[in-house]
Design a protein around this ligand. Structure first.
Ligand SMILES: NC(=O)c1ccc[n+]([C@@H]2O[C@H](COP(=O)([O-])OP(=O)(O)OC[C@H]3O[C@@H](n4cnc5c(N)ncnc54)[C@H](OP(=O)(O)O)[C@@H]3O)[C@@H](O)[C@H]2O)c1
Length: 237
């Protein structure tokens, strides 16, 4: 019999997060959908089959994250799986990038993950099958042109996952999922007019986000004594 789990998912309003919420709702789990766009989260929640809690949260805001995990404890009595998926990418050559965009990537992709870890860990450590799934990227494994700082943030996510595994691997399952290109609105943030058309074409040829969602579910639905540590999933080119 499948365990009924409380699963918190950041970046649930779009792309990989939305696809994961929809796919997870077919199981007997309870979902916590987190993102800034409450309108989108509520519209998704209405269509899901499982118990859902919508929490309008900015992962960069520590007060909001602290209060979100308090609410999860109060409403569901604990947390079994935290999926750190919220992330942004801005693509630019390093000598023609916008400093505020670099800062936003660091704030969302690194600080957002550590904020959720800080407030989520005490709940996860009380679960019989606690798990953290960090959505990194192939950019956590190699560096691509025009995405130096994005790659740095995803390398950081990879390093945080490895540390979690070293220190807490006996108590928690730590999973890093590293997708290659996925066809989501992710690339629309890029403001570089010379690059945007090519980037859009490249990401449009990427995986459907449901493919990444299936990998996430596969990692969650392993037996108690099995932890999947690392998945790289990318389009066959
Ligand atoms: N698409 C790809 O090719 C690809 C490849 C490898 C890895 N990834 C990673 O996959 C993850 C999901 O990306 P995606 O492709 O699904 O992109 P997406 O469709 O643009 O979704 C990004 C999600 O992150 C949320 N988000 C952004 N800033 C946030 C903030 N400050 N606080 C809370 N939530 C925030 C957005 O929600 P709100 O705007 O509502 O807050 C949205 O739900 C990211 O970590 C990305 O780096 C993507």
């Amino acid at each position: 019999m499948k365990l009924k789990k409380v699963i918190a998912l950041t970046g649930a309003s779009s792309g990989i997060g939305e696809a994961s919420a929809r796919a997870l709702s077919h199981s007997p789990h309870m979902l916590v959908l987190m993102a800034r766009n409450a309108g989108k989260l509520n519209a998704i929640a209405k269509e899901l089959e499982c118990p859902v809690l919508v929490l309008e949260t900015d992962v960069t805001d520590t007060n909001q994250i602290e209060s979100a995990f308090k609410t999860i404890q109060e409403k569901f009595g604990g947390l079994d799986v935290l999926i750190n998926n919220a992330g942004v990418g801005y693509f630019d050559p390093i000598d023609d990038a916008k400093l505020n965009e670099w800062h936003t990537m660091i704030d969302v992709n690194i600080k957002g993950v550590v904020n959720c870890l800080h407030y989520g860990l005490p709940l996860l450590k009380n679960s019989v099958d606690g798990q953290i799934i960090n959505v990194a990227s192939v950019a956590a494994h190699q560096v691509f042109q025009n995405s130096g700082v994005y790659s740095a943030t995803k390398h950081a996510v990879g390093a945080i996952s490895k540390s979690l595994h070293l220190e807490l691997g006996k108590q928690l399952k730590i999973t890093t999922i590293s997708p290659g290109a996925v066809d989501t609105p992710f690339v629309d943030n890029t403001s570089n007019e010379e690059m945007i058309d090519d980037l859009k074409k490249y990401f449009a040829g990427g995986l459907d986000p449901t493919v990444v969602a299936e990998q996430i579910i596969h990692c969650i639905e392993q037996p108690l004594n099995v932890a999947i540590s690392e998945i790289i999933v990318r389009p066959k080119r």
